[in-house]
Write a protein that binds this ligand. Structure first.
Ligand SMILES: Cc1ncc(COP(=O)(O)O)c(C=O)c1O
Length: 397
């Protein structure tokens, strides 16, 4: 369940990659998104988890808490709107980027239709960004997307299409209906001949890295290890690229974690090229239940991810409970199924005495990202025994 990537390098951030994703463009995205009323105005918290760090036998654990990004519930609220702004600017170059999500060009955009497949969070973010801008939006979901996740997307006015197949088939269906109707696919995953929009989605995630880098700098800290969860790999590419450029050859060790049964990035590392998952793909970690690697994301991950790791659904559920109940004396956190994967991996490696295999020891400081809150509230309550509201009340005590 742990693979050391033979292609990882600690050389400075390559110029060719900087031409695709870079810190300067991440800052521009940050500026554009700052006018969107759906995002909370403040940076999301970087929580110091001293008690959990102590229990793991490490010096420090930080959790960047994206449950507080917006009422959309996840970090995905940064990706789709950034891609939509870039796309609209490409077609209507005279518009002011900062006014698009304020709905100021609603009339001009009334026929500018977008579509995407999703396993929940990306679709919700795209539906919300499209609604704010005034673009018609269609979202394609697969058989395993729960009714409450579907309702959460439909709330933002999107037309919903449900197929009987899995996530990867919903990506194909979105592509098909886009071609049929002359709509534009705004996907968070890239495939042959489709890279520009997923690049802008990933660049939006760089906003979260930019904020974290500022928060760490204010504490004069640099983590020794950063763990990110992988679905198609866009999140990890968007965030690792930022830190790689920032810290250059002194960058921390980068680790990607996925569900065992949706291991497309792990398989890509073994095969040295974008590959498919070998398992059933279905997982309680709905956002990570992806069977195909994003082509453009892989160009970033192959040269920089030091280790690829796998966890099981029970590991994630245990970590959700741990955060929800504020174990080890740390403040409780609303960590959703896909959000807690980094912590779940640390717990698993600690339990199996394997932390040292990724170079973690008593002096290590580890950064993980809680990428979602209770985005499926009923399931969250069933798994943790608490509602998000109950946890928020405990946070202020
Ligand atoms: C909460 C959450 N975390 C992580 C991810 C993984 O992101 P990516 O598919 O870009 O690797 C997703 C994707 O949907 C998600 O919803």
């Amino acid at each position: 369940m742990l693979f050391k990537n033979p292609n990882a390098t600690h050389a400075p951030y390559p110029v060719e990659l900087a031409g695709v994703l870079n810190r300067e463009t991440a800052q521009k995205s940050k500026q554009w998104l700052s006018s969107w009323p759906l995002l909370n105005a403040n940076a999301t918290p970087l929580c110091s988890m001293m008690g959990t760090a102590h229990a793991l036998g490490i010096d420090m654990l930080w959790i960047k808490d994206e449950s507080k990004r917006s009422k959309l519930g996840s970090f995905k609220a940064l990706g789709a709107p950034n891609a939509l702004i870039n796309l609209i600017l490409k077609h209507f170059p005279s518009l002011d980027a900062e006014k698009i999500l304020l709905g100021e060009y609603r009339e001009q955009l009334a026929d500018f239709a977008v579509v995407s497949a999703t396993d929940g969070n990306h679709g919700r973010a795209l539906a919300a960004a499209a609604q704010s801008s005034g673009c018609p939006c269609t979202i394609v979901i697969h058989a395993q997307v729960s009714q409450e996740r579907e309702d959460a997307i439909a709330e933002y006015g999107a037309t919903m299409v449900r197929i009987t197949g899995n996530y990867d088939e919903s990506v194909e269906e979105a592509d098909r209906i886009a071609k049929e109707n002359g709509w534009i696919v705004v996907s968070d995953t890239s495939y042959e001949g489709y890279t520009e929009i997923p690049r802008d989605v990933m660049q939006g995630y760089g906003v979260m890295a930019a904020e974290t880098a500022e928060q760490l700098e204010a504490q004069q800290q640099i983590p020794t290890h950063i763990i990110l969860q992988g679905g198609v790999g866009g999140l990890a590419a968007g965030v690792f690229s930022y830190f790689w450029e920032q810290y250059s050859s002194n960058r921390p060790t980068f680790i990607v974690v996925e569900p065992s049964q949706a291991n497309c990035l792990y398989q890509s590392a073994i095969q040295g090229k974008p590959a498919s998952a070998t398992g059933s793909v279905d997982s309680v970690m709905a956002g990570l239940a992806c069977g195909e690697t994003s082509k453009i994301a892989w160009e970033f991950l192959q040269p920089c991810v030091d280790f690829f790791a796998l966890i099981d659904d029970e590991d994630a559920i245990d970590a959700m409970k741990q955060l929800a109940h504020g174990e080890h004396g740390d403040k409780p956190i609303v960590g959703g199924e896909s959000g807690v994967a980094g912590l779940a991996l640390l717990n698993k490696l600690a339990k199996q005495g394997q932390l040292k295999e990724i170079g973690i020891n008593r002096e290590s400081s580890v950064l993980v990202f809680n990428t979602e809150g209770a985005t499926a509230p009923a399931l969250f309550q069933e798994l943790t025994g608490l509602t998000a509201q109950e946890i928020l009340v405990k946070q202020v005590k």
